[in-house]
Design a protein around this ligand. Structure first.
Ligand code: SF4
Length: 367
């Protein structure tokens, strides 16, 4: 083998081992993936990634020669790219993110009145759970996201310039159906040497996948848990949330009681209020009975409109009457007002057209 062939062979061997993204890798993995001589260089790059560097040229504590080598070796160290940005009057910003294979996911940055940012992240392209009030549910499941694809959504949202202090897994997909990558991404977000986001500032939301709740309990992560309940009537829940047929209310309740015994923390029930469906007295009574013996807060969220779905948002009077009933029944609740509605970025509104596989031209450069 002459010198030229040797160089080509070395280059192709090096590229073969390159990951799609450097996010989610440990400093040691980065060192190995990039053929770095010293472990501290892996640490340096890891730190730059946490700071949000977008190219090797920004990594000023690497030598010029090393920066040039790495830029050539891996022109992009992210596996995804922003393809659209929309902001509404509440300051909520929705990003459409194109993944390495051309699929698209959405994620949202929500801002409260004090300017604190919450990243609402997706964990799947589409979702298999088929909740009838959710636009993502109409897509079906396309595929799970890898941990680095979840982490990169956060990095993209943070590149908008706002401080992000909270994370909710309430975007596209069911976290319990892709728990490994979700947990891996949470460990990355929480790493005190890196982004250092407190576990109590991270919320995982589920439609009620009982085995997943038990698995999460075993992890003893200490994140917040939100369960989308919507109704405490099994027949009605079967219709609204097909996952209820697999894990009916009794089974869900057993899993939650066990979760609470292990974790010892309050969790929330998300109660999506739908006009004329789950806001009457019978619904309130069933809810009161269901939550008995559980340390829980009920989040009341008016259904966010989606023109292709057959539901309606409750009127303000309907919401007020329902909350009065909850008051009488001593049900602890908070009323939530959706941000991001104006850009289809609120709960249950995320969805992208299928067949989104793009051309090679607009897919991010991959090694
Ligand atoms: S509400 Fe959540 S679990 Fe249900 S279809 Fe939508 S994304 Fe999936």
């Amino acid at each position: 083998m002459d010198e030229n062939q040797q160089n080509i062979a070395e280059e192709s061997e090096s590229k073969r081992r390159l990951p799609l993204s450097l996010y989610g890798l440990s400093p040691r993995d980065i060192q190995e993936a990039l053929d770095l001589d010293r472990q501290y260089q892996g640490n340096q790059i890891w730190e730059w990634l946490v700071k949000g560097a977008t190219n090797f040229e920004q990594m000023s504590n690497l030598s010029k020669a090393e920066r040039e080598r790495l830029s050539k070796l891996m022109p992009s160290f992210m596996s995804s790219a922003i393809i659209s940005t929309q902001t509404d009057e509440t300051g909520a910003t929705k990003l459409a993110i194109k993944l390495f294979d051309g699929q698209v996911v959405e994620c949202v940055l929500l801002k409260d009145k004090d300017g604190r940012g919450t990243a609402c992240l997706s964990c799947q392209v589409g979702c298999a759970m088929g909740c009838t009030f959710c636009r993502t549910g109409t897509m079906g499941l396309v595929r799970n996201l890898a941990a680095e694809e979840i982490i990169e959504q956060f990095i993209h949202l943070r590149s908008l310039g706002d401080d992000i202090t909270h994370i909710v897994f309430m975007g596209m997909g069911e976290p319990m159906a892709n728990l490994g990558p979700v947990v891996k991404s949470i460990r990355y977000f929480h790493d005190p040497a890196g982004l250092d986001i407190g576990l109590r500032r991270i919320t995982i939301s589920t439609c009620g996948v009982a085995p997943g709740i038990l698995k999460l309990a075993e992890q003893k992560l200490g994140v917040r848990l939100a369960v989308s309940l919507v109704t405490a009537d099994n027949d009605q829940r079967d219709l609204l949330m097909p996952a209820n047929k697999a894990w009916p209310l009794e089974e869900l309740r057993k899993a939650l009681i066990r979760y609470q015994r292990i974790i010892g923390k309050r969790f929330t029930f998300e109660y999506c209020m739908i006009h004329g469906i789950n806001t009457d007295e019978a619904s309130a009574k069933k809810l009161a009975k269901y939550i008995r013996d559980m340390d829980v807060m009920v989040n009341l969220i008016p259904w966010n409109p989606a023109s292709e779905l057959p539901w309606e948002t409750p009127t303000m009077q309907e919401i007020n009457e329902f909350t009065t009933m909850l008051d009488h029944m001593r049900i602890p609740y908070t009323r939530r007002f959706s941000r991001g509605r104006g850009i289809n970025g609120a709960c249950g509104q995320l969805a992208v057209p299928l067949n989104n596989v793009g051309t090679d031209n607009d897919t991010p450069a991959m090694a």
